[in-house]
Design a protein around this ligand. Structure first.
Ligand code: NAD
Ligand code: TYD
Length: 340
């Protein structure tokens, strides 16, 4: 089978590309990525020369490029990770979140309709459900929880989800949607909480915690997100939404203190800073459907995944230091100067 993985030079798409290339050597994996600030070809370096892997630079909003690519490659499966993803950036400048996350999804699905595919999978997020109160630990997001968004990022992701469901109902496009909780793990861009705190703590820099640090996120190791998507692609029912999460709820302060303890750094590095506008209080997923229907089980808990992740950042300093220094943006030019 041939898979198109969009946004595969980013954090989760990159991990998924590694997973697929290594797990299914008989399948072909094509990554399409625009290489925005969040895309990093160094993430794909370990699989770049594998015979079942190919990288294409391009924009999911570019109809002509997408049309040519689908005509040429004849994909069986499309997995759309490509998106603008950082909530704080969406507060500063929402526009690109709307065009990439919603219009890009439409362009991809139009190509799927035109050329025919076995499955279009939309990688979505728990953030489309809004947030839960801190004083009701008994509440969780299920697939039936109403869409109720807080940030331009989550609103754009929700808009895309609704469009995917509309293409299923109206055009019978064979789609699935997964909504996952916060991910962490290797190749996570150091603007997000966990890699930011690891890289800053290692440099003995202050750790900016928004508000009082009591907001709760439900953390899942990226490897477990990849196995969940793989299962949905192969066994999930068309038109269905699957929630993904591993019941690993932590306050931001707990996360930061865990990282400091693991690195043997003092808690005096913590600095409470002005809160994010519209800051969601708590996310918590109920993954019963994917567990019972597809038999998915996460491999990591927070307690096993965080040490593995910290170890990865310690042994892959080049990867994140190139990002902090901006060098990673030259990588494409260097790698591709002889490949028009
Ligand atoms: P990321 O920001 O690390 O990567 C996004 C990738 O998409 C980058 O490589 C970027 O270059 C690429 N991209 C952006 N605009 C593009 C365009 N117009 N055309 C082609 N490529 C483009 O994001 P991530 O954290 O890996 O998230 C991947 C997906 O998973 C997103 O759809 C996100 O909403 C979803 N998600 C993320 C999390 C999380 O915790 N990070 C949780 C649940 C769902
Ligand atoms: P983030 O990694 O941006 O993911 P999301 O907003 O999609 O959940 O943030 C995770 C949590 O950490 C969120 O509650 C905001 C908080 N946060 C900080 O306290 N300080 C920071 O510097 C960042 C980036 C996030």
């Amino acid at each position: 089978m041939k898979f198109l993985v969009t946004g595969g030079a980013g954090f989760i798409g990159g991990n998924f590309a590694h997973y697929m290339v290594n797990t299914y050597p008989e399948d072909q994996i094509v990554v399409l990525d625009l290489l925005t600030y969040a895309g990093n070809l160094e993430t794909l370096e370990p699989i770049m020369e594998k015979p079942n892997f190919k990288f294409v630079k391009g924009d999911i909003r570019d109809r002509e490029l997408i049309d040519h690519l689908f005509a040429e490659e004849k994909f069986d499966m499309v997995v759309n990770f490509a998106a603008e993803t950082h909530v704080d950036r969406s507060v500063e400048d929402p526009e690109v979140f709307i065009t990439t996350n919603i219009l890009g999804t439409q362009v991809l699905m139009d190509a799927c309709r035109k050329y025919g595919i076995q499955r279009y999978h939309q990688v979505s997020t728990d953030e489309v459900y809004g947030d839960l109160p801190l004083d009701r630990p008994d509440l969780f997001f299920t697939e039936e929880t109403p869409i109720h968004t807080s940030s331009p990022y989550s609103a754009a992701k929700a808009g895309a989800d609704l469009l995917v469901q509309a293409y299923h109902r109206t055009f019978k496009l064979p789609v699935t949607i997964s909504r996952c909780s916060n991910n962490y793990g290797p190749y996570h861009f150091p603007e997000k909480l966990i890699p930011l705190m690891i890289s800053r703590a290692l440099a003995d820099e202050s750790l900016p915690v928004y508000g009082d640090g009591m907001n709760v996120r439900d953390w899942l190791h990226v490897y477990d997100h990849c196995t969940a998507i793989d299962l949905i692609l192969r066994k999930g029912r068309e038109g269905e939404v699957y929630n993904i999460g591993g019941h690993n709820e932590k306050t931001n302060l707990e996360v930061v203190k865990t990282i400091l303890a693991a690195l043997n750094k003092p808690e005096s590095l913590i600095h409470f800073v002005k809160d994010r506008p519209g800051h969601d209080l708590r996310y918590a997923m109920d993954p019963t459907k994917i567990e019972t229907e597809l038999g998915w089980k996460p491999k990591y808990t927070f307690e096993t995944g965080i040490p593995q992740t910290i170890d990865w950042y310690l042994t892959h300093r080049d990867w994140w230091e190139h990002i902090l220094q901006g060098d990673y943006q030259n990588y494409y030019k260097t790698m591709y100067k002889d490949r028009p």
